[in-house]
Design a binder for this molecule. Structure first.
Ligand code: FES
Ligand code: FES
Length: 153
């Protein structure tokens, strides 16, 4: 079936089965491979994208549930104010290790900062708890989010 989805400000026409997960459409149909496949069961956060600004596990979001929603992926998160601050802090703090989980981590962190400019430790833990890092970069992730938040007035 044909769907028109809005990704990073552009409309893409895709022809896939109704229950195809958004993650598959992004990676395999549109070639946007910054969003990662980890578990496929909403357990790891590697596939996190924003749907209308909300961090969402794209591995369990069927394409027929998207409608006119605005999807944003890691490829364009730097174009948002919160995303740019998060990416700078990630670089300054040298957060990634293997890197596999990091696009999902950045998407969750950017969504947090966009809605909560001055998150507490508890806010950070709550927002990031669904994003697993096998390399254990959690301490640097928290530091980077705090650094990004410090630049908010
Ligand atoms: S791949 Fe979607 S949460 Fe793990
Ligand atoms: S940096 Fe390796 S899994 Fe997170």
């Amino acid at each position: 079936m044909a769907f028109a989805i809005k990704v990073n400000g552009n409309t893409h026409n895709v022809d896939v089965d109704d229950d195809t997960p958004l993650l598959w459409v992004l990676r395999d149909v549109l070639g946007m491979t910054g969003t990662k496949f980890g578990c496929g069961m909403a357990l790891c956060g590697a596939c996190t994208v924003h749907i209308d600004g909300a961090p969402t596990r794209s591995c369990i979001a069927p394409i027929d549930s998207i409608g006119n929603s605005e999807i944003r992926t890691i490829e364009a998160i730097g174009a948002t104010a919160a995303g740019a601050k998060i990416q700078k802090a990630w670089l300054d703090r040298e957060v990634p290790q293997c890197g596999y989980c990091q696009s999902g981590q950045i998407m969750s962190a950017a969504a947090l900062l966009a809605t909560n400019p001055h998150p507490t430790d508890t806010d950070i833990d709550d927002a990031m708890s669904g994003n697993i890092c096998r390399c254990g970069t959690y301490a640097r992730i928290r530091e980077a989010i705090k650094q990004a938040a410090e630049t908010n007035g």
